[in-house]
Write a protein that binds this ligand. Structure first.
Ligand code: PLP
Length: 379
């Protein structure tokens, strides 16, 4: 990072009156997603230095990401949510310009339904409906899935990870959908690590899979990936920027394209078992630091909030014993600069997630947690 002045960046935040966050919560968009490692920043700086043919860069970057992730084709979008809109649009229109021009309002006679498990419904299905389609809900049964698929079905949508708990397995959904000639789109936005998910869904038969660039991949926050079938990626491309189509407002810059390419390559080069071992150490350090405090219970919890195979610390507070409750602990952690963000668990607990902590940063969390518990003078 030799040429990047970190101190200068922090000064800009300070100048704006922004406090810094130690993020022990998750790869939340509202906190900035994730932190880009130096190779990603360098790639973005390089990209910023000259004009290029943007659609051609999109193709070249896509080809390289596709090869690296064992997929037929790849497309860089501005986030997994945009990926859902573009993937849906692609399933509705294919590569037909006349159909592309009709989204999102005039879907008469087009396939305008997307099938989804009722239990998987969540805020992000807004991004699917944005293409103009209607969601058709099913329960976790092959018969219901089969019945829900008809003339108007553009795709079956599948949210991987924790949201898929209690759903039909992806393989079953693929089998039923493909028998009816309908593509399956997987949302894997927050499902990295494990990095193998970049090919696991498509190898399981999904036609398209979307991922956030700014979560586990640690690419630019405003980047995302759509991976999968070449013909559908071509349809995504035609619906996407800079074409005057539904995806035009979902612009992706040259900096994001090179940045995400660097992030994918950097993520693939990581020693994932070592990374997961580091997460275990960070969790253990938090648990060990507070577990013997009267009124506090701490344990390793598994899996992550999104259902990824990685640990987090779960710390519970007995308000009667402590004289203050969980919300007061969270309030205390939220004071100062930097302040610590954690996720609430149930009525009396917090989760501390190592995924968004740098190596060693758990010490700050421990320090602030002990201070919040009156075990150490606050800073
Ligand atoms: C974060 C998330 C998204 C949106 O991803 P962005 O890259 O922020 O657009 C979509 N779906 C799920 C399940 C997510 O967790």
């Amino acid at each position: 990072m030799a040429m990047v002045k970190t101190a200068g960046t922090l000064d800009l935040y300070a100048e704006l009156g922004m406090r810094r966050v130690v993020n022990a919560s998750a790869t939340l968009t509202r906190l900035g997603g994730s932190l880009m490692p130096p190779p990603v920043i360098e790639a973005m700086v390089q990209a910023s230095r000259s004009f290029i043919d943007l659609p051609e860069l999109q193709r070249r970057v896509g080809e390289r990401i596709a090869r690296a992730t064992k997929n037929e084709a790849a497309y860089v979008c501005c986030g997994a949510a945009a990926g859902l809109t573009l993937a849906t649009a692609a399933c509705v229109t294919g590569t037909d310009p006349a159909k592309i021009g009709r989204l999102p309002r005039d879907l008469d006679g087009l396939k305008d339904e997307v099938v989804v498990h009722k239990s998987q419904r969540n805020g992000y299905d807004f991004a699917v409906r944005q293409a103009g389609v209607r969601l058709v809900e099913i329960g976790p049964s092959v018969a219901e899935l089969d019945r829900a698929i008809g003339e108007r079905t553009a795709a079956v949508l599948y949210f991987a990870g924790r949201l898929a708990e209690g759903s039909l397995p992806l393989e079953t959904v693929v089998e039923v959908a493909h028998r009816r000639g309908v593509p399956v789109v997987v949302d894997g936005a927050a499902q990295i690590p494990p990095i193998a998910n970049l090919w696991a869904y498509t190898q399981a038969g999904a036609d398209l899979a979307t991922f956030s660039g700014g979560k586990g991949l640690r690419g630019p926050q405003t980047s995302g990936l759509i991976l999968g079938r070449a013909d559908l990626i071509e349809a995504v491309r035609l619906n996407g920027p800079p074409n005057q189509a539904i995806g035009r407002p979902m612009k992706v810059g040259k900096e994001e394209m090179l940045g995400l390419l660097a992030a994918v390559e950097w993520s693939l080069s990581l020693d994932e078992p070592a990374l997961l071992a580091r997460y275990e150490r960070q969790v253990a350090r938090v648990v060990d630091a507070v577990r013997n405090i009267p009124g506090v219970a701490a344990e390793r919890d598994f899996p992550s909030e999104a259902g990824q195979p990685m640990p987090r610390a779960l710390v519970r507070f007995d308000a009667a014993a402590l004289g203050f409750d969980r919300d007061e602990v969270v309030r205390r952690l939220g004071e100062g600069d930097p302040y610590v963000e954690v996720a609430k668990s149930g009525a009396d607990g917090i989760w501390i997630n190592p995924q968004t902590l740098e190596d060693g940063e758990e010490a700050i969390v421990v320090d602030r947690l002990l201070a919040a518990l009156g075990q150490r003078r606050g800073r």
